[in-house]
Design a binder for this molecule. Structure first.
Ligand code: ADP
Length: 257
């Protein structure tokens, strides 16, 4: 009888403890989900006032075209730049929050990436020219890949934006595409400031910036590569980084065929 009471007691204790731990998990998971949803909603909501502010500044510029003082003109330009920076940051936060919540939609399909890449690189020719950076493309004639064109565009934009941002005037940035049939690669190489070995594993972390002050001046928040990583993971790819301070960096993103 004693043994039976003991066994019943042990079974009851095990059941109770497992139900208690389940109960403890649910509120934590729930509050985590709520937090993710809150961040996604907040980022989404912030986009509208930012775009209204931008339009309002356009109106101010348009209405005061001839009469605006050089100082006010500069103030308006600064405000637009800050709004642009915040808009990018909010877009990045929204994408990260959505990807945490598992609600980013990837529209995978087969497409020729070569004409797209030409177009994406073209968008950076102006900024590159301003810094006298030689921007070169090394692309095959055609390469059909499977992926989400919009997300891959975002990935290339992040890598190219960084390559130009962290390369001093007169430097070089190359964009390549390796059509290896087993594993195709997008390669972005720059002759810029490079990344110290100790920082290399951390640059894909959220909000991580190597030189805080410098990056801030460049208008960055340290979210770009965290997003790039999510996009690469969703495509089952991987990033290989080779970099040397003072010499430059090469980001190779490999994708399974
Ligand atoms: P950020 O918005 O600051 O550029 P990222 O997540 O894109 O954020 O990059 C994180 C950090 O990695 C940057 O702040 C910079 O210090 C470093 N970094 C990224 N790309 C390069 C590059 N091509 N050359 C040198 N440093 C880089």
């Amino acid at each position: 009888v004693f043994m039976m009471i003991l066994i019943v007691f042990i079974i009851a204790a095990v059941k109770l403890s497992s139900s208690m731990s389940k109960k403890a998990m649910v509120p934590i998971q729930q509050s985590f989900k709520q937090q993710q949803q809150f961040l996604a909603d907040a980022s989404h909501e912030l986009r509208t006032p930012l775009s209204i502010m931008n339009t309002s500044l356009d109106v101010i510029e348009l209405e005061n075209g001839d009469t605006i003082t050089p100082y006010s003109k500069e103030v308006v330009a600064d405000m637009k730049e800050e709004i642009g920076r915040m808009t990018r940051m909010v877009q990045h936060l929204l994408l990260l929050a959505r990807s945490d919540a598992g609600s980013v939609e990837f529209e995978m399909g087969a497409f020729d990436i070569v004409p797209k890449l030409r177009q994406w690189v073209l968008a950076f020719e102006g900024v590159a020219q301003k810094k006298a950076i030689t921007l070169r493309k090394m692309l095959p004639d055609t390469l059909t890949v499977k992926g989400d064109p919009e997300k891959l565009k975002q990935l290339v934009y992040i890598l190219l934006d960084n390559a130009i941002k962290y390369t001093p005037e007169g430097g070089k940035v190359d964009v390549g595409l390796d059509p290896n049939p087993r594993q195709w690669r997008i390669i972005v190489r720059d002759s810029g400031i490079g990344i110290a070995e100790a920082d290399q594993p951390r640059i894909f972390d959220r909000f991580y910036r190597v030189e805080k002050h410098r990056s801030r001046e460049e208008g960055s928040a340290g979210l770009g590569l965290a997003i790039a990583k999510q996009i690469v993971i969703a495509h089952r790819g991987s990033v290989v980084l080779e970099s040397m301070p003072g010499k430059g960096s090469t980001f190779s993103v490999e994708f399974p065929a």
